[in-house]
Design a protein around this ligand. Structure first.
Ligand SMILES: [Ca+2]
Ligand SMILES: [Ca+2]
Length: 620
């Protein structure tokens, strides 16, 4: 069967290119005229030994350099695309008679301005694992040409068939909820068989085992479905964040099956896992050998670690990231496993992205043990020998602090005081408003379970998420009270969204399918999410916080136009506050409107903070 497919491809390509049998794969697969990134490095891969001679004859295209690594299946050719180069196809000829056609398209005129919009603190990001959200196309669930052929919803570790069309079908649901931005776990091809992780036989349904950086997984709907989603989202005024993985690839990635050069990957004499210790980067007493293992150690044996200090690897990833941004018109990147990557590479790719797309948003997953660690990977005020240029991080310290604030009894350093102290350390960040804040994600216990399924606590946590500084991110299903711990594995927090599959017994995309409790959570989030969309104080204003007293934490979000007072009392006793303490922010105020109830009240010196509540008060 494979042979017949090959024959078909041979005929198809020979007709299309009118040249020799195509045994060549070329990355990036295409480029554009009019790009700032106008020097590209083509990776040319053939199954047979390649001639290292390359020639190009096209106005405005200059061949700068050709390099053949120790694996003669590869040639790298550096091309410069002059500003005068016109869009079109040109032939690249190899010395042995092989050739391929390369395409230059015109760069989108909107790019960097209206097409790539970027994501800000007035947005609300919704994180989706597409395989588990909604199945928009049954035809792509099981594909015989994939290593992992089976979709099986009864198996928590298998693919379930959800896809990008399923996300597009539910954009109106998300927009109605107040979501402005969708972040999906990685969409590039994960063509790997199921792999053993511990006791479990897992599929790459989550997307983090990339095998081809130029192909959206066909089971997700391929490049066409992704393009369609981005365009549909933009038409609705919504945005898309793509999940990038620079640190590693799947072991079936084409560059791993046939390594271009030995140091394409971080290689060790025997398997070496990372030590997961970000301290090695900023610890003044760190041993270099520990840092080498942090950066070069692997995540798991089936996730080969990219040697991003190798300029050919760096070019490959940088070009792919720019290619995907331009090709699909996405608004930003969330970068997985940020702290495991070569540091110079990280700054290099951020610089290249921001130069090409000035409005793009990039935040990195820095799952760190400390606030210093989180700040270290972003633009910061630390006196460290290496300075990162990342806009913001996924804010794990804030995650812990918000949950502690609603869960713990307030002591000098616990409960609401932990949140207060965490925010005080924003002194370390250049711009903490660019951090992404969240209650949970696909790698964590669901926050409803973390608050003991206590709805009062859950609403307080959600209220904090939607009023505190930073770019808030909800995890899919939070709005319908999905719960669970990662016990025994992550699969428990990655359940299918009820109603995402035809024939589901309940449909929670529709109000009629939700229980009273679920609808209550949905309404709470929706109301606050819609309010914050038009709140300049929350979206771009400042934060002032007061030292918690009697277990009550008061903070203000404010700018020249709006003042919002937030009063959090997670304790089990009502507390009455003396409002005169907050005169700095309340000067001239006469009344306030409770954002959730809509009720307006005259301001007096006594303000009741009911037990187990977060009041969000717009000051008049
Ligand atoms: Ca499907
Ligand atoms: Ca690494």
């Amino acid at each position: 069967m494979k042979r017949s497919i090959l024959c078909f491809l041979f005929v198809f390509l020979a007709v299309q290119f009118g040249s020799f049998a195509q045994e060549l794969n070329v990355y990036p697969t295409s480029w554009w005229t009019g790009m700032k990134y106008n020097k590209i490095q083509l990776m040319i891969h053939g199954v047979n030994e390649l001639s290292k001679s390359v020639s190009v004859n096209y106005p405005g295209i200059k061949l700068l350099k050709v390099y053949q690594p120790e694996n003669k299946h590869y040639v790298f050719a550096d091309l410069e695309i002059a500003a005068s180069a016109k869009p079109g196809n040109f032939l690249v000829k190899m010395g042995d008679g092989k050739s391929f056609t390369y395409t230059l398209q015109p760069k989108s005129k909107d790019n960097g301005f209206s097409r790539v919009k970027g994501v800000h603190a007035n947005d609300l990001v919704y994180l989706i694992m597409p395989d588990r959200f909604a199945n928009g196309d049954n035809a792509n669930d099981q594909l015989p040409d994939q290593e992992d052929k089976i979709a099986d919803r009864s198996n928590p570790f298998a693919r379930h068939g959800g896809d990008i069309k399923g996300v597009e079908n539910n954009l109106d649901y998300l927009k109605d909820l107040g979501v402005t931005t969708v972040w999906m776990t990685p969409v590039f091809e994960n063509n790997m068989p199921r792999m053993n992780e511990g006791k479990y036989n897992m599929s790459g349904y989550h997307g983090y085992w990339i095998t081809n950086h130029y192909q959206v997984d066909k089971r997700m709907g391929g490049n066409e479905a992704y393009m369609s989603l981005v365009n549909a989202a933009h038409k609705k005024g919504m945005k898309i964040i793509q999940d990038a993985v620079y640190n590693h690839v799947g072991s079936y990635h084409h560059t791993v099956k046939d390594l271009p050069m030995k140091d394409w990957l971080n290689q060790w004499p025997a398997y070496q896992g990372s030590n997961h210790r970000e301290e090695v980067f900023f610890d003044p007493y760190a041993a270099k050998s520990d840092k080498d293992i942090m950066v070069g150690g692997w995540f798991t044996p089936h996730l080969p670690d990219m040697n991003l200090a190798n300029p050919y690897v760096a070019n490959y990833i940088i070009q792919n990231t720019i290619w995907a941004t331009e090709m699909f018109g996405i608004d930003g990147w969330r970068v997985d496993t940020y702290k495991y990557c070569d540091e110079k590479f990280l700054n290099q790719i951020n610089t290249a992205l921001e130069k090409e797309f000035p409005t793009i948003t990039v935040f990195g997953e820095a799952w760190t043990n400390s606030i210093t660690g989180a700040a270290y990977f972003a633009q910061n005020n630390l006196q460290s020998p290496f300075k990162h240029n990342l806009q913001g991080v996924t804010d794990f310290p804030m995650n812990g602090a918000i949950l502690d604030a609603v869960n713990q009894k307030a002591d000098f350093t616990s409960g609401v005081n932990r949140l207060y102290m965490t925010l005080a350390q924003d002194v370390l960040y250049k711009d903490p408003m660019r951090n992404c804040i969240f209650l949970d994600n696909h790698d964590m216990n669901r926050s409803l379970s973390m608050v003991g399924e206590d709805m009062k606590k859950y609403k307080m946590a959600l209220g904090l998420l939607l009023t505190q500084r930073g770019i808030p991110q909800l995890y899919y299903g939070a709005e319908i009270a999905m719960k669970n711990f990662k016990n025994p594995t992550d699969a428990e927090v990655r359940k299918d969204f009820p109603g995402g599959w035809a024939g589901d017994s309940t449909n929670k995309f529709s109000a009629s399918g939700r229980t009273v409790v679920e609808q209550d959570v949905f309404t709470y989030i929706r109301k606050l999410a819609l309010f914050r969309q038009n709140s300049s104080a929350i979206g771009s204003g400042k934060l002032m916080q007061y030292i918690p007293q009697d277990g009550v934490y008061v903070y203000f979000r404010y700018d020249g136009k709006q003042t919002i007072m937030c009063v959090l009392n997670p304790g089990d006793k009502d507390v009455t506050l003396k409002v005169s303490r907050f005169v700095e922010r309340l000067k001239g105020a006469s009344s306030y409107k409770d954002v959730m109830s809509g009720q307006t009240t005259m301001l007096s010196d006594a303000l009741l903070a009911p037990a187990g509540s977060l009041q969000i008060l717009e000051i008049k």
